[in-house]
Design a protein around this ligand. Structure first.
Ligand code: HEM
Length: 586
């Protein structure tokens, strides 16, 4: 210690051991009050270092009279942090917390880490459903986070007069990089960012992409035909992922990937899974992104994905527009604000213009949103068809009538969109397995103070999550058999009452609770494209093949629920293996 510090130290009163322990405890409490009052985030680096390092160090000095230097500092820090953390926990669990009236697990109320831990297990969709079964429609799932299962409130939460995206979307951002269309929280900025997406996924644009849907669907059928010829089983879910990824590469970048032809040699699918897992965790602890993004080993998966996307953008950018792909619209190549050629080639990674950084971020959205969700839906749908043979037969009849085998491919998009059974099968799949199952989060705008949602006052600093998965499985919205694959619920007239099987439950079909593509101004921009893709692939594969579960595994799938057990959610679903045998249709 320098003599100055020694002088200061010796001038301090010598407190009794117990009193010297109370000093860091008191500082811990004061720090909590400062945090609560001023909402200091880890991004305020100076304040964070001061409050979380300098203050506990300074408050340890009184312990130096009684313990060795090391032990005094260790005890000081321990007492300080115990006091700070328990003050936070006590307040959060207290009746004075603004969300005190909402029920939920005790640990969820006191710490955000509970939800983070649950998220890492990949079963949050199921856990959340259990919580709502236990506690009712309004559950506190985090210290400042609610989950609502109430269809009547969806327009007020997500509609045009609703709330902007919630803080979890800060966790999906890289600090100091512009937010993409999914992560942007300000409503007017979102409306701006949405414009090129609306153009790039408009009916006119989808028409431009349709030859690619056809080409890639035919290629998928050819690949699957090889298994029919050899009589070997294969993983249908893997093929759907490869198909969707190749199609997305064509649609976004005018041609980028050949996973169906060459296999996933560079581990793209694994990389996206790692990215989604890391992102799902960070979205639970959004305040931590500023710290985490400084730890190279933690962001390895994310850095890999970022580099992958940046490379795709650079390649497409240097090549220029061959066709009007989605990139064409996202990069504003249809207007004067497009990046100039010299700008494109001279920009090194890491030091790029706002426009290029934003373009890269939006391309990340396109890659994940444009492939993963459709692949998941088609795989889930085939699983339900293979385990509901009577539905499969009805769908087959409908398709055979509309597109008789031997009479050309089933690629009339308008006709496909009018097929009642096909649409009922897709709707029912998306009802039971919505690819974005749990986290449509919204929160009061900054500076608004609070937002009234029906009889609920949502204070600023708290948020509301809507879960399509949980909503879609409520008996009060979908009855009978809310948890069963029953396509007829989509084929009844809304007022009719039915008594299928032996159940006498009333028929309820409340589509205001059906939101697989979200709701309001930030709903899915790619809905029409996704549906066109799903319908064509399904129609083509059913026209050409008999696809069934491998017989030896049927029991595992049907009795032991293997398929659903292996579905994990990390913001979006990740699927297991769907092992099938494929035969050419007689
Ligand atoms: C079955 C397929 C799909 C489903 C179920 C689905 C579902 C969703 C959902 C629930 C959201 C809202 C997320 C939120 O509010 O946090 C969303 C957003 C979005 N989706 Fe999709 N999606 C699908 C396919 C696609 C496709 C093929 C694209 C094309 C690139 C796409 C592009 C987008 C975009 C750009 C957004 C962000 C919209 C915004 O924030 O304004 N989606 N999607």
């Amino acid at each position: 210690m320098t003599s100055l510090v020694m002088d200061v130290f010796s001038s301090l009163p010598r407190l009794a051991p117990i009193e010297s322990m109370l000093v860091p405890a008191a500082f811990g409490l004061v720090t909590y009050l400062i945090y609560k009052r001023f909402e200091i985030l880890p991004s305020s680096e100076l304040a964070t270092v001061f409050l979380l390092f300098v203050v506990p160090l300074a408050s340890s000095v009184f312990l130096l009279h009684h313990y060795s230097d090391g032990l005094a500092v260790l005890s000081g820090f321990s007492i300080y942090y115990a006091s700070l953390l328990s003050s936070i926990a006590v307040y959060r669990a207290s009746p004075w917390h603004p969300l005190a009236r909402y029920p939920g697990p005790f640990l969820a109320k006191v710490s955000q880490f509970w939800l983070a831990r649950e998220t890492t297990k990949g079963k949050w969709h199921e856990t959340l459903k259990e919580l709502h079964d236990k506690y009712g429609a309004y559950v506190r799932v985090g210290p400042n986070q609610l989950s609502f299962v109430d269809a009547s409130l969806i327009p007020k939460i997500m509609g045009s007069d609703g709330m902007p995206k919630g803080p979890m979307f800060d966790g999906a951002r890289i600090p100091h990089v512009p937010a993409n269309v999914v992560a942007i929280r300000d409503l007017s900025e979102h409306a701006q960012l949405r414009k090129p997406w609306a153009k790039g996924l408009s009916t006119a644009a989808i028409k431009e992409y349709s030859p690619t849907v056809v080409k890639r669907a035919l290629q998928l059928a050819e690949e699957l035909d090889k298994f029919a010829e050899k009589g070997e089983s294969t993983d249908l879910a893997m093929w759907m992922s490869r198909f969707a990824f190749d199609f997305m590469g064509d649609m976004v970048f005018g041609g980028a990937f050949e996973l169906m032809k060459e296999g996933d040699t560079s581990g793209i699918w694994g990389m996206i899974t790692e990215q989604m897992k890391a992102q799902a965790l960070l979205q639970r602890l959004p305040w931590s992104v500023h710290i985490v993004h400084k730890l190279p080993f933690v962001v390895a998966a994310m850095a890999k994905f970022t580099k992958f996307v940046n490379d795709c953008v650079a390649r497409r950018s240097n090549r220029g527009a061959r066709v009007k792909d989605l990139f064409y619209y996202l990069a504003n190549e249809d207007s004067d604000t497009a990046l100039s050629r010299s700008e494109k080639s001279s920009m090194p990674y890491g030091n790029v213009s706002h426009e290029l950084a934003l373009l890269r971020e939006n391309c990340k959205v396109a890659i994940v949103a444009g492939s993963d969700t459709t692949a998941t839906t088609i795989s889930n749908m085939f699983y339900y068809l293979m385990t509901n043979k009577e539905v499969l037969a009805r769908l087959r009849n409908e398709l055979d009538e509309a597109f008789p085998p031997g009479d050309g491919e089933p690629f009339d998009f308008v006709k496909l969109s009018e097929l009642k059974i096909l649409n009922a099968v897709i709707n029912e799949t998306l009802r039971l397995q919505p690819p974005v199952p749990t986290d449509l989060q919204r929160a009061p705008a900054a500076g608004s103070g609070s937002k009234r949602i029906g009889e609920h006052i949502i204070p600023e600093g708290t948020s509301v999550n809507i879960s399509p998965y949980v909503l879609h499985r409520q008996a009060r919205y979908f009855s009978p058999m809310p948890e069963k694959f029953w396509i007829d619920r989509w084929l009844q007239s809304p007022t009719s009452k039915v008594e299928p099987d032996s159940t006498s439950a009333h028929y309820i079909h409340d589509t205001s609770a059906y939101i697989p593509f979200a709701y309001g101004p930030a709903n899915c921009a790619g809905k029409a494209l996704a549906l066109a893709e799903i319908r064509s692939v399904t129609a083509l594969l059913l026209q050409r093949f008999d696809i069934d579960l491998v017989e030896e595994l049927r029991n595992e799938y049907v009795e032991k629920n293997k398929w659903e057990k292996e579905i994990n959610s990390f913001f979006v679903f990740r699927l297991g293996e769907l092992r099938v045998v494929i035969k050419r249709r007689a």
